[in-house]
Write a protein that binds this ligand. Structure first.
Ligand SMILES: Nc1ncnc2c1ncn2[C@@H]1O[C@H](COP(=O)(O)OP(=O)(O)OP(=O)(O)O)[C@@H](O)[C@H]1O
Length: 518
């Protein structure tokens, strides 16, 4: 189980069909809990704090209802999934896909800035995310590094608390002080104007931040932010030429001068982000321990700094690595202040898989496919021999079936060992789906042995394969020698083996399966 804060005494234990397990964090709106649904799946359950008149955010309930309504319509692999909600419940709640990773601010702070293809991949994924959000007619309005979660298979955007549904060319004017993180807010946001171009500007800020480690409009105090964002040119460090051009374009002062998010995504593909993507995207080696790895629950006593406590009135929460802290004052204006020197941004140790869930097993694409191909080839050979009346067909089938099943089991076993042990360093897939070793980083917690389920399946497949092969050979030789039943049994065994190999391939960590062109 991931290490979040334990439930407090006054936290609810059961909300709707969900059993609350731990506190993930608290934002300005309320608390996010780790919970389990009735069939044991983990979800992030967001419960807005007291929605009465004393809530620090005006119209908090209306905002929560709007967040749910907006998020409900969004389906994108780059956005945390909406699962369920009850806005009239007591308390009201929304269930979201539980994402377990580090946010972009934490990754940059702990692992350093992004470079080269890693930066390009991040920029492309974030552009895709924003384009997807806009394609649903929604403006996020609060894009900044703490709302970009880095996961093994890419980024996901969270927090639709400020999001708005908005027609393509519509421009909204909002009343009151702007809400958001000033260093990532477009200049027009300070005057209450909201368009999709605000998210594009925020995209530029996030990418510039990932490359440099600081926002492109650094300011000494939050109150200077508007002047900096509105008047100063962005400071773009460490951005390769083509990407610098795109980021500069996105950071244009006039919203009309900025590209759309989909244009950005298309331009990035032109810059060499492959059109097909493996399910595992590349992360800088140093970032991997932060993003996701299997660690036993007991070994994961890491500090939790998703956000350390509920905010009411004035409270602070670090945005990892931004060198700023956000604070929401009574009137809901979010301002930034320089981080206090004593403040430490601990990482929520995301070095774990989803404990309690079966660890991914299997021969990761290539192995499974190999098993499947061998199985199919033997199957065809057996059929051909049987059709030709060769008694050899009687033994090829069951013998081959046993062989392939055992081989698949060994592969599954080996892959399980890889996940568990780090005997040969950690591995990650690159954009081509290759699995390449990377150096383990820093002191790492010991990892579990790959999950009971994975071992059990591996051992069962190996044992079943060997036993099936021996039994098949015995039957073919002793009982049905020469009879058509032997050939039929052989083929059936092989077909099962083929299916098992393929199932293992499918079940393997989505690792090397290329995704369709987007
Ligand atoms: N789906 C999720 N899975 C895992 N963690 C999540 C999820 N959604 C939110 N969190 C974490 O919970 C904490 C609070 O979430 P969030 O920021 O969305 O709350 P909020 O009340 O809307 O905050 P904000 O003040 O930013 O509007 C954050 O640390 C965030 O990373």
């Amino acid at each position: 189980m991931a290490q979040h804060d334990p439930l407090r005494e006054d936290d609810p234990r059961q909300i709707g069909p969900y059993t609350l397990l731990e506190r993930i964090g608290a934002g300005g709106m309320g608390v996010v809990y780790l919970a389990r649904d009735s069939v044991g799946r983990r979800v992030a359950l967001k419960i807005p704090g007291s929605l009465g008149r004393d809530h620090p955010i005006p119209q908090a309930y209306e905002r929560f209802v709007a967040e749910v309504a907006t998020h409900r319509t969004l389906t994108s692999e780059r956005v945390v999934r909406f699962l369920d909600a009850d806005v009239t419940g007591r308390p009201p709640w929304v269930a979201l896909e539980y994402v377990q990773g580090a946010n972009l601010g934490q990754v940059v702070a702990q692992a350093g800035v992004f470079r080269d293809r890693f930066l390009l991949a991040l920029a492309a994924e974030l552009a895709e995310a924003v384009a997807d959000i806009h394609a649903h007619g929604i403006v996020h309005r609060d894009l900044h590094p703490a709302n970009v979660i880095c996961l093994p298979n890419g980024i996901k955007v969270i927090d639709f608390g400020l999001a708005r549904v908005q027609a393509d060319d519509e421009s909204l004017t909002t009343q009151g002080p702007p809400i958001g993180v000033p260093a990532f807010m477009a200049p027009e946001r300070f005057t209450g104007v909201v368009t999709r171009a605000c998210d594009v500007f925020a995209w530029g800020c996030c990418v510039a931040y990932a490359a440099a480690g600081t926002p492109p409009f650094p300011t000494a105090t939050p109150h200077d932010a508007y002047a900096a964002v509105a008047d100063s040119p962005p400071v773009l460090t460490n951005l390769p030429g083509d990407l610098a051009d795109l980021v500069g374009w996105a950071l244009a002062k006039r919203p009309a001068d900025r590209p759309t998010a989909s244009r950005l995504a298309a331009e990035l593909q032109e810059l060499g982000v492959p059109v097909t993507r493996p399910a595992v995207r590349p992360w800088p080696a140093q970032a991997l321990p932060l993003i996701s790895r299997a660690v036993p629950a007991t070994a994961t006593r890491a500090a939790d700094d998703w956000i350390s406590g509920p905010r009411g009135g004035i409270a602070y929460s670090g945005i990892g690595g931004l060198g700023i802290e956000e604070s929401r004052t009574g009137d809901s204006d979010l301002v930034t202040t320089p981080s206090s020197p004593g403040h430490s941004n601990h990482l929520n140790h995301p070095n774990h898989l989803n404990h309690g869930e079966p660890a991914p097993i299997g021969p990761r694409g290539a192995g499974g496919m190999l098993g499947a191909v061998i199985g199919a080839a033997l199957c065809l050979l057996g059929l051909a021999l049987a059709a030709g009346g060769y008694p050899a067909g009687d033994v090829t089938g069951p013998g081959g079936a046993g062989l392939v099943a055992a081989a698949v089991g060994v592969l599954a076993f080996v892959r399980t060992g890889d996940r568990s042990g780090d005997r040969s360093g950690d591995r990650t897939g690159d954009r081509t789906g290759r699995v390449t070793p990377v150096a383990p980083v820093g002191a790492q917690a010991p990892r579990p042995p790959g999950g009971i389920t994975a071992w059990f399946v591996s051992v069962t497949v190996i044992a079943g394969g060997v036993a099936g092969g021996v039994l098949g050979l015995f039957l073919a030789r002793e009982l049905w020698a020469g009879s058509p039943r032997a050939a039929a049994a052989s083929e059936l065994a092989l077909a099962c083996c083929f299916a098992a190999a393929f199932a293992l391939y499918l079940r393997g960590p989505a690792a090397a399966r290329p995704e369709p062109t987007r």
